[in-house]
Design a protein around this ligand. Structure first.
Ligand code: F6P
Length: 325
């Protein structure tokens, strides 16, 4: 009987997860394993929703958003009884090696699971649009989310300029401002509000005033959903009081950022990481996230990957300020 590798996606889906699934399945087959798809994350593992996958199970999915395995958060996996059931299902399917694709919640779950069952071997792939994991320069889905947000802001810029308005655009990022900062630089926004830095409305008013003086026809401010201002709607109210010259509108991009076809960057990243995860499992690695740093594949223990994310690039923060002149 061939050895098996189980595979699941957990937490929020992200574009590129399908490319990662394809890479895991095909590399597993290449190395002589039987890949087993586990549906709906840890919940599906508890329920035993699993199926053997073949090379053709993953045909035609590299360009598709979402995940063919389904994703989701499992409250039952937070408890020992749920994890015990999950372990029993892995045993009955003869699976000892597991790859989990997701973000910090996924890796915390995997870490606890491994402590209880050290006979298992688990590796993680960073699948989240937020880019908020330590130990990888990029997470799968981030580039696509930034591109979607940038395109949306380009459209908003047209109507903002036509109507002479200020738009506040809220992007995802509960705890991290990566999507907001990268979108701001890519779309030439006047300012960006992120959870990592204090929000200074006075400074924003100075930037808006300066633009107004040189007869700028519009202004765009990108707001990360986790910023202390409390999102784009609240920030818009606050700014309207302090800077009544512009008529203000707020737009919340929401889950639109999580859907659609992944960019080439995300497909390539997912393919590289998916293949590397299988190879490293094959070599005996466990308990870590497989990431990419300076173009090198690296392993970061789960406990470290979830502790804190890397800081925002100060150069990009400064660029938003300098280029908003
Ligand atoms: O972690 C990814 C993410 O998309 C965050 O940016 C966002 O805050 C959250 O998930 C939304 O979660 P849900 O899909 O459960 O509403």
């Amino acid at each position: 009987m061939k050895p098996r590798i189980g595979l699941l996606c957990s937490g929020g889906d992200s574009p590129g997860m399908n490319a990662a699934i394809r890479a895991v399945v095909r590399t597993a087959l290449y190395l002589g394993y039987e890949p087993v798809g586990i549906y709906k994350g840890y919940e599906g593992l508890i329920e035993g929703q699993m199926q053997l996958l073949t090379a053709s199970s993953v045909s035609g999915i590299i360009q598709r958003g979402g995940t063919i395995l389904g994703a989701g958060r499992s409250p039952r996996f937070l408890f020992p009884e749920g994890r015990q059931k999950a372990y029993e299902n892995l045993q009955s399917w003869n699976i000892q090696k597991l790859i989990v694709i997701g973000g910090d919640g996924t890796f915390k779950g995997a870490d606890t699971f491994l402590q209880e069952h050290p006979d298992l071997q688990i590796l993680g792939l960073p699948g989240t649009i937020d880019n908020d994991l330590y130990g990888t320069d990029l997470t799968i889905g981030f580039d696509t989310a930034v591109n979607i947000a940038m395109e949306a802001v380009d459209r908003l810029r047209d109507t903002a300029a036509a109507m002479g308005r200020l738009f506040l655009v809220e992007v995802m990022g509960r705890d991290a401002g990566f999507i907001a900062l990268h979108t701001a630089v890519a779309s030439g926004a006047e300012a960006v509000l992120v959870p990592e830095t204090p929000t200074d409305f006075e400074a924003i008013v100075r930037i808006l005033e300066q633009g107004w003086q040189r007869q700028k026809t519009s202004a765009i401010i990108i707001v990360a959903e986790g910023d202390e201002a409390g999102g784009a709607l609240k920030a818009a109210e606050e700014l309207q009081k302090r800077f009544p010259r512009y008529e203000i509108r707020a737009t919340i991009l929401g889950h639109i950022q999580r859907g659609g076809s992944p960019t080439a960057t995300d497909r390539i990243l997912a393919s590289k990481l998916g293949a590397a995860a299988v190879e490293r499992l094959h070599e005996g690695a466990s308990g870590a996230m497989v990431g990419v740093q300076r173009d090198e594949i690296t392993l970061t223990p789960f406990s470290k990957a979830v502790k804190a994310h890397s800081p925002l690039n100060p150069l990009l923060l400064r660029l938003v300020e300098i280029l908003s002149l």
